[in-house]
Design a protein around this ligand. Structure first.
Ligand code: SF4
Length: 315
């Protein structure tokens, strides 16, 4: 059941968004690698898939590794895909690596994307839309993300299977909300948010899917703040929690429920919120009246979150 801590939460989130240093956070966000391509929807989509797939872990490491990956693609992911030599897919991006994500997996993703575009001229929007329209278990967006993940994994929807077999661990990069354990699928939800939302910082390139259908990309930072603002009481960071937090936010803005996602996530990522009661910081926090931690309200122990980062001045 969706709930929230105070009737004024919507106004407070609005104040947070209005005063948020968007340019500072964008200079470190993976979305910063996609925005330069926004005038070419296909190029933005390709850049977005690679950027979202790598969006796991520390934001500084993500930034450095994405910079390296895009340089290896000649700064032109679409051209890279179109000219990608199929025979050398295992080695073309080596020795690039981001945590457990390897160059051969990114090479295979390039092959898969090229196949998906051959079979779906409307691109990944068509894949997600078709999934949302197909009757079945789960919500419309759960089915849309499931279709997206299947198409990127191997032989999704009606796409033929590629001649090449995926490298070890490749399929695990694209979980589905309908899969075992119903994972939150943060990276897929984030990619779709970038493509669908019509206002900054997102790109609004997928005009056939309404922002109202989006779900919150649930990472540790969003989970932490959602718990303390009373948007969820659940302990599990799974798809059910995604639905619950989104439902609570939908009560504030039915047409664009994930409007506050960027500001809320970066409040944690940037270290603006110290994740403890600190009068020198909390005193000027826009959502302080809604925050359980500030109010000293009892909570069961939350799972550990990464230490916040203090961002250097954008380059
Ligand atoms: S009141 Fe303090 S702990 Fe709560 S969200 Fe704001 S900065 Fe973070």
């Amino acid at each position: 059941m969706p709930h929230r801590n105070s009737a004024q939460l919507g106004d407070h989130l609005e104040a947070l968004l209005t005063g948020f240093p968007m340019a500072r956070s964008l200079s470190w966000d993976p979305l910063g690698f996609v925005r330069p391509f926004r005038n070419d929807p296909r190029a933005a989509e390709i850049a977005g898939v690679f950027a979202a797939t790598v969006a796991v872990g520390n934001v500084k490491t993500i930034h450095a590794d994405l910079q390296d990956l895009f340089q290896r693609m000649g700064g032109d992911p679409r051209g890279f895909l179109e000219r990608f030599p199929s025979r050398t897919w295992r080695f073309r991006l080596a020795p690039w690596r981001h945590r457990w994500i390897r160059a051969d997996q990114m090479g295979f993703l390039a092959l898969r994307l090229r196949e998906v575009y051959e079979n779906f001229p409307g691109g990944l929007q068509e894949v997600v839309e078709e999934g949302m329209r197909t009757p079945g278990a789960g919500s419309d967006m759960a089915r849309g993300l499931d279709a997206l993940s299947r198409s990127l994994r191997h032989g999704g929807l009606e796409a033929p299977r590629t001649f090449y077999e995926p490298p070890p661990g490749y399929a695990a990069l694209f979980p589905s909300p309908l899969g075992p354990g119903h994972p939150a699928c943060k990276r897929a939800a984030l990619f779709v948010r970038w493509m669908v939302r019509r206002t900054e910082p997102d790109l609004g390139l997928w005009t056939r899917i309404p922002p109202a259908a989006l779900r919150i990309p649930l990472d540790t930072h969003i989970y932490w703040i959602a718990r303390h603002l009373g948007l969820t009481r659940r302990m599990a960071r799974d798809w059910t929690t995604v639905e619950e937090i989104t439902e609570a936010l939908r009560a504030l803005d039915p047409w664009d429920p994930v409007r506050f996602d960027f500001a809320l996530a970066h409040t944690g990522i940037s270290g603006d919120c110290p994740k403890r009661r600190d009068i020198s910081v909390c005193g000027r926090c826009a959502v302080q009246p809604d925050c359980d931690l500030w109010a000293g309200r009892w909570r069961r122990t939350l799972p550990a979150v990464p230490a916040p980062l203090r961002m250097p001045t954008p380059p």
